[in-house]
Design a protein around this ligand. Structure first.
Ligand SMILES: Nc1ncnc2c1ncn2[C@@H]1O[C@H](COP(=O)(O)OP(=O)(O)OP(=O)(O)O)[C@@H](O)[C@H]1O
Length: 254
């Protein structure tokens, strides 16, 4: 059972996810225990199919685990009704995806405040201005996403994720669609969000350089954490990934 820990932004215990039927079950998460401290930046890595996205989706309350528990702050998600889970997602969690997922018909400003409107909150104009300023979009508020570069669009997505002052921001390959320089700018922004605003960021990435911006790198293989390293640096991360690449992939049966 979990005891509330004020330092914990997100915690998972015995987290398990099995897809498919009894006959053809795929274990995506085989019992993951992890705590993500407030004000930290964690990169989640591992080979394709190791369970990274599933960990993100279940920890963010977007998908239900088959077993185990998830806490966001001191709220355990399985106790919530669907409505309360939606409310919690809208108020305490921000998302940033590889494909930006902005609404093309809305302006930058409208995209940024959309989660606030959806959660029925009035936009705190000072905070929204600060967020827009932080991501460097003050001059672009009236533009549509299609008029922006990829990096600018991802900065809008980050501002949108920050608008509700969430406990935690989950990022799934946020730099996957960006060139190296633009990726660096987006990662520096995520870093500053942690360092200056004290937010918590959990980011799935395949890129050891992207992961080196994090405070901690967690490596999954076959639905389990196989490495958990504080600030390892890109070279060490690459070595760990290479060692996993030589292992055969195991598809587990329930
Ligand atoms: N909806 C689903 N139905 C059946 N199997 C699924 C489903 N989603 C994921 N899986 C399986 O669960 C395992 C973990 O998938 P997941 O997407 O979490 O891996 P990943 O580490 O994020 O992979 P990638 O790096 O390729 O995105 C894989 O074997 C995948 O095929």
């Amino acid at each position: 059972m979990g005891v509330a820990n004020p330092a914990s932004a997100v915690r998972v215990q015995g987290l398990k996810k099995v897809y498919g039927t009894e006959l053809q079950a795929v274990t995506a998460l085989a019992g993951v225990d992890a705590m993500f401290e407030r004000g930290t930046f964690t990169a989640v890595m591992g080979p394709s199919g190791s369970g990274k996205s599933t960990l993100l989706q279940t920890a963010a309350g977007l998908d239900q685990p088959t077993g185990g528990q998830v806490w966001v702050g001191d709220t355990e998600l399985s106790r919530l009704s669907e409505t309360d889970l939606t409310k919690l997602r809208r108020s305490k969690i921000g998302f940033v995806f590889q494909a930006f997922n902005l609404i093309g018909a809305l302006t930058v400003q409208e995209n940024i405040v959309l989660p606030l409107q959806l959660s029925g909150k009035r936009a705190d104009a000072t905070w929204v201005r600060q967020v827009v300023d932080r991501v460097g979009l003050t001059e672009r508020l009236a533009h549509r996403p299609s008029e922006l570069s990829g990096g600018q669009q991802q900065r809008v997505a980050i501002a949108r994720a920050l608008a509700t002052r969430p406990e935690v921001i989950f990022c799934d390959e946020p730099t996957g669609a960006l060139d190296t320089q633009t990726a660096g700018e987006v990662l520096s922004l995520l870093r500053s969000v942690v360092d200056e605003a004290g937010q918590t960021v959990i980011m799935v990435t395949h890129d050891p350089v992207a992961a080196s911006y994090a405070d901690r790198v967690m490596v999954l293989a076959d639905g389990r954490i196989v490495h958990d390293m504080p600030q390892p640096g890109a070279e060490r991360i690459a070595e760990h990934l290479a060692s996993l690449g030589r292992r055969p992939r195991v598809t587990q049966e329930r």
